[in-house]
Design a protein around this ligand. Structure first.
Ligand code: PLP
Length: 376
């Protein structure tokens, strides 16, 4: 039995209705950027997340970069964040002209709030927690600390559409949050794309400028910006999928719950560590990640069994060449937990198109690796 990691062939197996919408819309107005469908998408995502404003962006990464610039982050500044994240978090900080300051994570792979306060210096200009793999960070504590130091919180909620803590959506705790609708995220379009949400009128107005070359109207440049818009075509795909966000996400959450139960059983809990799931949190499992003993051999065993397991990511950001070559090196406090996690993290297929049989096959293959070996 094959258990693929990607599901795009199934999700978009019948693209006819989307293509028809694109055809009908574009034949009508030919607004390939800034079409009315973009506004529709922005209204939908603002309503969905409960944020006052939403603006489509050309990617999650550019959304983060523009937000950092919008709150005044620039050369000489430091942004406190984690090393335990996708490279884009760090890339967005560097693209804004600033430097990341890495702090360690909790057992659930999100930033350890207790370490933030000690990392704050006169250079700190913002804090960027990551909803890593769709898991909620301790936002209440983080926002409190930031408030004490008058620092803006920019949420990397790029893989956390529909994720919440205490009933409140990702991206709405800090000044703003950036999301991605890249094909592998839980709401996905047919290429790169993203959006930002914010309750701040000031940030909203800055992003309006920043994402369109800093242009006010057609001819006047207020400040230097980006080409950071979401294409009309991608907004059409996003609008088409919008009614299914909850259903898709709930399916992934249900799949993860089956894994959690199986891996917490007395036999497997000796080998697999399921990260703590925060009470009142809605973890959306952009990735289903656990810590596994003898990870690399488990990975090989699963691949042998037709299961497309993956490692996200074997090398943490602070040990990447690009980071190591900085002079002076990026600041950091002890990252022992991040490094230990990177040695044993494994990601299992968790997408909404998996059948019960496929999920059972994964669980059986994991059991066979650890317990079959023991018996034999
Ligand atoms: C996907 C992702 C990004 C980047 O989003 P893009 O749309 O691909 O630019 C940033 N941060 C995290 C945590 C992500 O998962």
């Amino acid at each position: 039995m094959k258990v693929p990691y990607s599901y795009l062939d199934e999700q978009f197996a019948e693209p006819g209705s989307i293509l028809e919408k694109i055809r009908a819309t574009l034949l009508r107005h030919h607004q390939y950027t800034f079409g009315p469908e973009l506004e529709e998408f922005e209204e939908k995502m603002a309503r969905y997340t409960g944020a006052r404003h939403c603006l489509g962006t050309s990617s999650g990464t550019i959304g983060l970069t523009m937000l950092l610039k919008a709150v005044g982050v620039g050369p000489g500044d430091e942004v406190i964040t984690v090393s335990q994240t996708f490279i884009a978090t760090i890339g967005s900080i560097v693209a804004a002209g600033a430097r990341p300051y890495y702090v360690d994570v909790l057992d659930d792979f999100t930033i350890d709030p207790k370490l933030i306060e000690d990392a704050i210096t006169e250079k700190t200009r913002a804090i960027m927690p990551v909803w890593y793999s769709g898991s909620p960070p301790q936002m209440k504590e983080i926002v409190e600390i930031a408030g004490r130091h008058s620092l803006p919180v920019i949420e990397d909620s790029c893989c956390a559409i529909s994720a919440k803590i205490g009933g409140k959506h990702a991206g709405t705790f800090g000044v703003a949050g950036a999301f991605s609708v890249h094909p592998l995220k839980n709401l996905n379009v047919w290429g790169d794309g993203g959006f930002i949400v914010t309750n701040s009128q000031e940030v909203y107005e800055k992003i309006l400028l920043l994402r369109n070359h800093g242009l006010k109207g057609r001819d006047e440049v207020e400040l230097y910006g980006f080409n950071g818009r979401l294409d009309t075509i991608q907004a059409i795909v996003g609008n088409h999928l919008y009614p299914r966000i909850d259903e898709i996400t709930d399916r992934r959450i249900a799949n993860a719950a089956v894994y959690d139960r199986a891996f917490s059983s007395p036999g497997l809990a000796r080998f697999i560590t399921v990260p703590p799931r925060r009470e009142g949190g809605r973890h959306v499992y952009h990735m289903y990640m656990v810590l596994a003993a003898d990870r690399d051999r488990l990975l090989a065993h699963l691949i042998e069994a037709g299961i497309e397991a993956k490692v996200h990511y074997p090398i943490p950001n602070h040990l990447q060449k690009a980071s190591l070559e900085q002079d002076p090196p990026f600041g950091r406090t002890g990252l022992s937990k991040t490094e230990a996690q990177c040695r044993s993290l494994i990601s299992l297929p968790v997408h909404q198109h998996l059948s019960d049989e496929q999920i059972n096959h994964v669980i059986e293959a994991v059991g066979e690796f650890y317990l079959g070996r023991e018996r034999g």
